[in-house]
Design a protein around this ligand. Structure first.
Ligand code: IPM
Ligand code: MN
Length: 348
């Protein structure tokens, strides 16, 4: 029997609740499809920070590097640890250290879920650059607290970084409806985004079968609301993609349905799978968080591990549950009830 080694970081808040749910479904998928998941849970979180002074041990990245994949719940507990500390101590360094440069986020309505829009037939795959751009971490502050204080945060766009994410997007588009929208802001950002547009054209030359649109981020936000069904694959920089995928989550019915994968495409390091939502401290531990985004992210992990039949079955089980109205509206069902319904559908 094939066994996959998974590092599990439940993290903070509802990250713990939804990770439990996802692992239960993934184990059931393993039992049904004949593979094992050997999980090791790491308690790295804001609680861990308060105890040790760091979000993960110094050799944390080296430890994670030994696993086939990483499953993460959510990170952040801002009342005790500032978000900029917790995120730069765990989630963001993992994405960068393992070259997980492609953040994949699907946005479509699950059966039975009513989104806020009239449009229902959209199916968007957002590909967000995940290691550089506006999240490069380059910058600094001087004269703190004084009148002449200055803060600089530099977005870094490299030819390697931009080319590889665009190429990844074109490959995805080729496997889908063969349309790619490149998100830009080259009317205002005359260096980085003009470069981004040029790279889009350069890479597009290798994909003559894929049609390409260039769309400014502001117009893109409007398009996702007004005509989401016109979109297929969307490729965006780190920050633009971050913002657009919360909008994508909103039009698919909420963050409880938004799954994501941080992929290291050359497989030289583990990829990481996590729901888009955060730790939601206000509802943590109350058995009311929607685990569907987390379970769907788990399905994306199975797919990445080569268990594509199991991945498809988990997604189908989610759809069977939501089609019956389970977990489709906030507060309609508990975390446990939704998990049980998905599990029952999987085992049918
Ligand atoms: C996300 C999150 C993170 C991001 C935060 C928590 C740093 O919003 O995964 O979308 O901006 O990447
Ligand atoms: Mn986000």
């Amino acid at each position: 029997m094939k066994t996959h080694k998974i590092a599990v970081i439940p993290g903070d808040g509802i990250g713990v609740d939804v990770t439990d749910a996802a692992l239960e479904i993934l184990a059931a998928a393993g039992a049904k499809f004949g593979f094992g998941l050997e999980t090791q849970t790491f308690p790295w979180s804001c609680q861990f920070y308060l105890q040790t002074g760091a979000m993960m041990p110094e050799d944390g990245i080296r430890t994670l590097g030994k696993y086939d994949a990483i499953y993460l719940g959510a990170v952040g507990w801002p009342s005790t640890v500032p978000d900029a500390v917790s995120l730069h101590g765990l989630l963001l360094p993992i994405r960068k250290a393992f070259n997980q440069y492609a953040n994949i986020r699907p946005h479509r309505l699950l059966p039975g879920v009513e989104g806020p829009l009239k449009a229902a037939g959209f199916d968007i795959l957002c590909i967000r650059e995940n290691t550089e751009g506006e999240y490069s971490g380059a910058g600094g502050r001087v004269h703190q607290g004084k009148r002449n204080e200055v803060a600089v945060e530099t977005a870094i766009f490299t030819r390697d970084g931009v080319e590889r994410i665009l190429r990844f997007g074109f490959e995805q588009a080729r496997a889908r409806r063969k349309h790619l929208t490149s998100v830009t802001k080259s009317n205002a950002q005359k260096y980085s985004m003009v470069f981004w547009d040029e790279m889009t054209k350069e890479v597009a030359a290798d994909y003559p079968d894929v049609t390409v649109s260039h769309m400014h981020i502001d117009a893109m936000a409007a398009k996702m609301v007004m005509a989401p069904e016109s979109l297929d694959v969307v490729v965006a920089s780190n920050l633009f993609g971050d913002i657009l995928t919360d909008l994508g989550a909103a039009i698919q019915g909420g963050l409880g349905f938004a799954a994501s994968a941080n992929i290291c495409p050359d497989r030289s390091a583990p990829s990481m799978f996590e729901p888009v939502h955060g730790s939601a401290p206000d509802i943590a531990g109350k058995n009311i968080a929607n685990p569907i985004a987390a379970i769907w992210s788990g399905a994306m992990m199975l797919d990445h591990l080569g268990e594509d039949r199991a991945a498809a079955a988990v997604l189908a089980a989610i759809e069977t549950a939501t089609a019956r109205g389970i977990g489709t509206r906030p507060g309609s069902h508990s975390t446990d009830a939704i998990t049980a319904a998905v599990k029952a559908a999987l085992e049918m």
